[in-house]
Design a protein around this ligand. Structure first.
Ligand SMILES: *[C@@H]1O[C@H](CO)[C@@H](O)[C@H](O)[C@H]1NC(C)=O
Ligand SMILES: *[C@@H]1O[C@H](CO)[C@@H](O)[C@H](O)[C@H]1NC(C)=O
Ligand SMILES: *[C@@H]1O[C@H](CO)[C@@H](O)[C@H](O)[C@H]1NC(C)=O
Ligand SMILES: *[C@@H]1O[C@H](CO)[C@@H](O)[C@H](O)[C@H]1NC(C)=O
Ligand SMILES: *[C@@H]1O[C@H](CO)[C@@H](O)[C@H](O)[C@H]1NC(C)=O
Ligand SMILES: *[C@@H]1O[C@H](CO)[C@@H](O)[C@H](O)[C@H]1NC(C)=O
Ligand SMILES: *[C@@H]1O[C@H](CO)[C@@H](O)[C@H](O)[C@H]1NC(C)=O
Ligand SMILES: *[C@@H]1O[C@H](CO)[C@@H](O)[C@H](O)[C@H]1NC(C)=O
Length: 880
């Protein structure tokens, strides 16, 4: 019975001890009980004789008489007043041994207060000692209350291990003479509901604090305290809750009487205050990283927070960040990046740092992450708690779920634009292309490579056949495809990289086979994790079409008479314009040709090379070399001039042009040539009179050594010209054959001023020329030889002074021939009769033939002369 804790009482003999004898003992003094409580009063006997088992009677003194209550041996002993309570065992006797019993009164009432007497019937042989003893029972009203603070129901609290909690109860007593104690007890939930009750901390009536035996250390460390508040408040404060603190807490109030050293508890009341459950830290601890995954770009920071669910001050966290390559790996297999021990000292690896940014937040920071930092990051937290005696223990260990951290390589981005710097319009012109990059992103540290492609596209054909020309690698090494190697080697194809964002490609001499589309493809190379270079996606430019038509070159030459002449002596001018089609950068060379009346066929007059070098071609007139000029007056325009024109210049003039184009390698090649229309140079006015020339001789058949004399007479047919303004120039020729065919040999001449010039003579014979009259001229051959035979001619050209005073040469008139024969003398004939005979016969025959021929020819000639006469009119001329 928890209520009645019988303490050993000091029994005193009530009897005056005269001698040794029977002694009956009850608790000394008085027994104080609260109304309603159970009273247990022991009674024993000793030093008695007779049977060992003794009987006892209990009675109460009311007034002057005893009222019998209960007896061990006599049921009828009980007085009617107590019969009911004895029968219902509210008042009972309990035998403890042969010589001691207890009187038990349940639910004691104030009316039960009084002097109780325990008596033993005598079994002794002699009456000796005392046979009863008396004890006073005091019953006081119940003034003790204990309970929860007002309006509070039975509490329940969910406390995490390590946290603090406090419980409150009120207790008071109304009994003046009593002292009160307050105790906190814990009823643990044992197996099957019968847990044990532990004393936690009590305030004794002393009053002093008394911790339960299991709480001494924690009481010492201050983790367990008991406070009073108000007049009747008692508060239990538990810090650093431990798992063993779980259970139902009772507040027990006790009433005590007596004094220090002899306290007697008269009453005790208890009430349940709260049921406290303690959650292990391990269960409530949560370690989390807010992010599920973290996708970073290279160069970003890894910044992760590890949040630990709130812990108490008395706990310390030990935090470790891990990184593993596989998602399922346990922390043990992962790499510890940074560690923070429970003292707050961190140790780290590889530039990872950890800082405690908030009480329960631990930040992992890695600046400028690269791909090697990708992985599954987790943080592991060990929570350390401190025991009352100061030692630390691992309260819980928890690892966060892993965060998938990916580090993306930033792929370089840019645009590629192909532009044409130079486009050929003809073969062998240069082609230049520029491949430019723009809108570059993430290209720092990247290297660029370019590939040049060619697509042979025929006109109206969209089939694409890409041909790689060359490739410039990320290390700027150039790889040229086999078919282009030789052209690149001689510098015909040039690949450049003028700026980091530009590539150039130049074909110095574009060939017909180079016609087509070109494009460039640029790739960016970035460093890989193993430090090799990795190629990223290729960006292609739009193609650029290089095309020109390859039609046959053609050249048209146009001659224009820009200054016509009316009369001799004026300046004749004509221009020639060349216009070449389909010739690249043409340059012209010009040749002036003339078909003149005096020339047989056409004659090259003057030429101008493409380098503008002027060459006098077939210009016979040595006195007049300065009178012809050919000049380049425009890129394709040439001017031809004849100064001081002579009537003999009359004819058709035209130009022949050639268009030249530069070849690969700087040489020139004639692309095409052409001829212009002809320009007629003709004088409106003819110079000189119209006349005939007659050749005659009295001595045309001579002997060796004799003299031959020939007369050349001019017969004017038109009105006579004043002789001061007319002069004749006469030339003598011979044809050394009997027939009038063959080449004429110049003999001598007499110019208009009378100056004679002679050809060098071969033989011993000699010639003389002279004027024999105003219009007569004479040739004499002195001392003829055989070789002087032949047909003789005279050519007469008139010179007319124009109105301005210049002399202008007119058209030459040729005489009929005269055959001169040379004979040997009679003496010689005698010596050589046969020779003479044959010779005479032949001469006669030939002469006959000749006369026939000549007469027919003279008729023809006349016709020709008449046909031409129309043109030989007089005209004004500039003469020197
Ligand atoms: C009580 O007395 C009886 C005889 O009367 C004896 O047999 C018994 O042992 C005694 N008991 C004790 C506890 O002494
Ligand atoms: C205490 O917390 C635990 C887990 O948080 C829960 O299961 C339990 O029901 C709670 N108890 C009370 C009394 O609130
Ligand atoms: C980490 O926590 C700190 C403090 O609460 C906060 O300022 C910071 O933004 C958090 N960082 C991340 C990455 O969530
Ligand atoms: C503290 O108490 C724990 C158990 O409660 C014990 O194992 C430990 O040895 C004690 N430490 C000290 C320093 O007394
Ligand atoms: C982690 O992220 C990467 C990239 O997003 C993904 O390929 C991989 O599957 C993720 N891992 C897990 C376990 O989800
Ligand atoms: C070229 O393209 C046109 C339309 O773009 C198409 O009609 C034609 O058939 C194509 N020719 C070839 C040879 O592919
Ligand atoms: C020919 O030249 C004349 C005179 O200079 C000029 O007026 C004319 O336009 C030219 N003709 C052509 C076709 O060039
Ligand atoms: C002199 O002889 C040469 C060669 O035979 C000839 O060409 C030349 O015309 C002759 N001269 C004359 C005046 O006969």
């Amino acid at each position: 019975n928890a209520f009645f804790e019988t303490k050993p009482l000091i029994f005193r003999t009530v009897l005056v001890v005269l001698c040794t004898g029977r002694t009956v003992e009850v608790p000394a003094g008085s027994v104080v009980r609260v109304q309603g409580a159970e009273v247990v009063i022991p009674c024993s006997v000793r030093d008695y004789g007779g049977p060992r088992e003794q009987n006892f009677d209990w009675s109460i003194q009311k007034g002057s008489e005893d009222v019998q209550i209960i007896s061990t041996w006599d049921n009828s002993y009980t007085s009617p007043e107590y019969e009911e309570r004895v029968r219902s065992a509210k008042i009972a006797l309990k035998r403890k041994s042969n010589n001691s019993i207890e009187l038990i009164i349940e639910d004691v009432q104030v009316t039960d207060q009084g002097e109780y007497k325990c008596s033993t019937p005598s079994t002794d042989s002699t009456v000796s000692g005392s046979y009863n003893a008396q004890v006073y029972l005091k019953v006081i009203p119940d003034g003790l209350t204990v309970g929860r603070p007002k309006l509070r129901s039975l509490g329940s609290a969910n406390i995490t291990e390590g946290k603090s909690f406090e419980l409150q109860c009120t207790a008071s007593t109304a009994t003046e003479q009593a002292h009160m104690s307050v105790a906190w007890r814990l009823r643990t939930a044992g197996e099957g509901g019968n847990g044990e009750i532990r004393e936690v901390l009590s305030l004794t009536p002393g009053p002093r604090f008394e911790p339960g035996s299991e709480y001494k250390d924690r009481y010492q460390s201050g983790d367990i305290r008991l406070d009073t508040y108000g007049s009747d408040g008692y508060r239990l404060i538990v810090r650093n809750a431990q798992l063993g603190d779980q259970g139902t807490y009772l507040c027990v109030a006790g009433e005590w009487i007596g004094r220090t050293g002899s306290w007697q508890k008269i009453q005790e009341k208890s009430t349940e205050i709260a049921t406290v459950s303690i959650q292990p830290i391990a269960q409530s601890l949560s370690v989390s990283i807010p992010e599920n995954s973290l996708a970073l770009n290279e160069g970003d920071d890894i910044n992760l927070n590890c949040t630990v669910s709130a812990t108490d001050d008395v706990m310390r966290s030990e935090v470790t960040w891990y990184c593993s390559q596989a998602s399922g790996q346990s922390p043990g297999d992962s790499k510890a990046l940074v560690h923070l021990n429970r003292e707050g000292v961190s140790s780290f690896l590889d530039d990872f740092t950890m800082s405690r940014v908030e009480a329960n937040t631990y930040r992992l920071l890695k600046q400028k992450a690269d791909q090697s930092h990708a992985g599954y990051y987790s943080c592991r937290v060990i929570v350390w708690a401190q025991q009352s005696n100061g030692t630390w223990y691992k309260a819980a260990t928890k690892t966060s779920k892993p965060v998938n951290v990916t580090v993306n390589l930033l792929e370089p981005k840019y645009k590629v634009l192909l532009s044409v710097v130079e486009i050929p319009k003809f073969s062998e012109e240069p082609t230049e292309l520029e491949c430019k990059l723009s809108d570059l992103k993430n290209t720092e540290g990247a290297r660029l490579s370019v590939s040049w492609y060619f697509m042979q596209t025929e006109e109206n054909d969209n089939s694409t056949n890409q041909i790689l020309i060359a490739n410039m690698d990320q290390d700027w090494s150039l790889q040229i495809q086999e078919q282009y190697k030789s052209r690149a080697e001689i510098g015909e194809m040039i690949f450049t990289k003028p700026t980091p964002e530009m590539f150039g490609f130049r074909i110095r001499w574009t060939e017909v086979s180079d016609r087509g589309s070109y494009f460039c493809a640029v790739s960016a190379w970035t460093r890989q994790r193993d430090f090799s270079w990795g190629k990223n996606a290729e960006v292609r430019s739009d193609p650029v079409k290089i095309f020109w038509s390859t039609e046959q070159p053609s050249l048209s030459v146009f001659a224009n008479e820009t200054r016509p002449v009316f009369s001799g002596g004026e300046t004749f001018e004509m221009t020639c314009r060349g216009s070449a089609e389909n010739v690249r950068t043409p340059r012209y060379s010009i040749l002036i040709k003339a078909e003149r009346l005096t020339d047989a066929g056409s004659r090259n007059i003057i030429s101008l090379s493409r380098d503008s070098v002027v060459t006098l071609e077939d210009w016979a007139d040595k006195d007049r070399v300065d009178d012809v000029a050919l000049e380049k007056v425009g890129e394709d325009l040439f001017r031809f001039r004849i100064h001081r024109t002579q009537l003999s210049d009359a004819g058709k003039y035209h130009c022949e042009a050639a268009a030249w184009t530069p070849n690969a390698g700087g040489t020139w090649r004639q692309a095409v040539s052409g001829s212009s229309n002809a320009i007629q140079l003709h004088f409106q006015v003819s110079a000189g009179p119209s006349f005939d020339v007659q050749l005659s001789s009295d001595s045309k058949d001579v002997f060796r050594g004799e003299r031959v004399e020939l007369r050349c007479d001019v017969h004017a047919r038109s009105a006579a010209v004043d002789s001061d303004d007319l002069a004749y120039e006469v030339k003598w020729f011979a044809l050394r054959s009997y027939s009038p065919l063959g080449s004429l040999v110049f003999l001598a001449s007499l110019d208009r001023k009378g100056v004679v010039s002679q050809a060098r003579r071969n033989g011993s014979s000699d010639v003389s020329v002279e004027r024999s009259g105003p219009r007569g001229f004479r040739l004499r051959v002195h001392g003829v030889e055989d070789q002087d035979f032949g047909n003789y001619f005279c050519f007469v050209a008139p010179w007319v002074r124009t109105l301005e005073g210049s002399w202008q040469r007119g058209l030459e008139v040729k005489s009929k021939p005269i055959l001169v024969t040379v004979s040997i003398k009679v003496l010689d004939a005698l010596i050589f009769p046969a020779v003479l005979g044959i010779g005479a016969a032949m001469v006669v025959g030939l002469l006959a033939c000749l006369i026939g021929y000549c007469s027919s020819r003279c008729c023809c000639k006349r016709k020709v002369n008449e046909g031409r006469r129309d043109h030989h009119h007089l005209m004004a001329m500039e003469m020197d």
